[in-house]
Design a protein around this ligand. Structure first.
Ligand SMILES: NC(=O)c1ccc[n+]([C@@H]2O[C@H](COP(=O)([O-])OP(=O)(O)OC[C@H]3O[C@@H](n4cnc5c(N)ncnc54)[C@H](OP(=O)(O)O)[C@@H]3O)[C@@H](O)[C@H]2O)c1
Length: 326
């Protein structure tokens, strides 16, 4: 099969190679001896793959390896007891191996893809939407009627948070850096859109403040995220795309009874496979009710995976970036 491998750690420009690789066995590291084999139509591209080309991601497989954590495709074979069967359209989370014509996902991380979504949207569904639900509901304890502020709101996680938050009955405030990203955040259903280089903290407070801040960006703005909270509010730490890891003066938390909460979806999920089904069902309900419809901002042929990674690396991505494989 055709596949993209990471062959060295020199960055997205030079670390990738298009290879002819053997098809994977029906076994996955999360379900040894078993796995759903998927004919890949589209593969999702995310920040971790950019970091993996530089050896900067926490999960460091030995070189060479096929990167890519999620796919939209058609099941070729599935183990007994799986919720999907041969011929089904699915969204699958495979951790590695998605940048290829055939990939394997564990059964509990493979979800039926509704007819209303295409394969590119299927490749956009698991990582960002499960993370959004986990960060908002499980870690952020979001209640209907509350207000969510989300940074990097036009990005993959950001657009997913906007859609899921609305589906859970929240108002949303999106923080973005450009006009084009403002349009994307509005298309994802943001109630208010503010600029990251403007007085967004005061503007957010003018709108009543936030009950939950979802932060995939980190860096300098973190203290203002805490200041933008209502009494009892929660800042949920999701990522650090800005590049630096913020520090918190904890007296600020005491003054208004606020919280900073970590949200590591993978670490939470690993010992709790049933949680994937619970969130999969919740996301399926949000798709059916019209709240969740992944926004695909750019797509590239498999051979141009480097261009997809460079788009994310240069802060140019909106919504989800995908590779067309079949
Ligand atoms: N904790 C978890 O379980 C979990 C799960 C999934 C993803 N993540 C993490 O969440 C983060 C966001 O992922 P994503 O897929 O949403 O990425 P993305 O689509 O590239 O969006 C990230 C956003 O970050 C903002 N940003 C600010 N400074 C930036 C910089 N210097 N370089 C690049 N972007 C910058 C950009 O928005 P503006 O230009 O509008 O500022 C951009 O739209 C990543 O760090 C990822 O690893 C964490």
């Amino acid at each position: 099969m055709k596949a993209i491998q990471i062959v060295d750690l020199t960055g997205p420009d030079s670390a990738l190679a298009l290879v002819d690789a053997p098809e994977p066995e029906p076994s996955h590291m999360l379900s040894p001896g078993e796995g759903v084999v998927i004919d890949v139509h589209a593969a999702g591209v995310s920040f971790p793959e950019v970091l993996q080309t530089r050896g900067e991601y926490q999960f460091k497989p030995p070189l060479p390896f096929v990167p890519g954590s999620e796919v939209g495709g058609v099941v070729r074979s599935a183990p007994g007891g799986a919720a999907v069967k041969a011929g089904d359209r699915v969204a699958g989370f495979c951790m590695l191996g998605a940048f290829a014509e055939v990939a394997v996902a564990p059964a509990h991380m493979t979800f039926p893809l509704p007819d209303s979504l295409d394969f590119r949207q299927g490749a956009s569904l698991v990582l960002n939407y499960h993370t959004a639900y986990f960060a908002l509901k499980t870690r952020g304890r979001l209640e209907p009627g509350e207000t969510v502020l989300v940074h990097g709101a036009a990005g993959g996680v950001g657009t997913a948070v906007l859609q899921v938050a609305r589906g859970l009955g929240a108002q949303t405030i999106a923080i973005v850096s450009t006009d084009a990203k403002e349009q994307v955040a509005r298309a994802a259903g943001a109630d208010h859109v503010l600029r990251s280089d403007g007085p967004w903290k005061d503007q957010a407070k003018g709108l009543g403040g936030a009950d939950v801040v979802i932060d995939p960006v980190g860096g300098e703005r973190f203290t203002d995220s805490i200041r933008s909270l209502k009494v009892g509010g929660r800042v949920v730490v999701v990522g650090f795309t800005e590049g630096s890891i913020p520090e918190v003066k904890v007296n600020r938390l005491l003054l208004a009874n606020t919280e900073v909460v970590g949200a590591g979806w993978g670490a939470y999920l690993m010992p709790r496979p049933a949680y994937a089904t619970e969130v999969g069902d919740a996301v399926a309900g949000l798709i059916e009710r019209g709240f969740v419809e992944p926004i695909v901002g750019a797509s590239f042929p498999l051979e141009q995976a480097a261009d997809a990674l460079k788009l994310i690396d240069s802060r140019g991505a909106t919504g989800k970036v995908v590779l067309d494989v079949a």
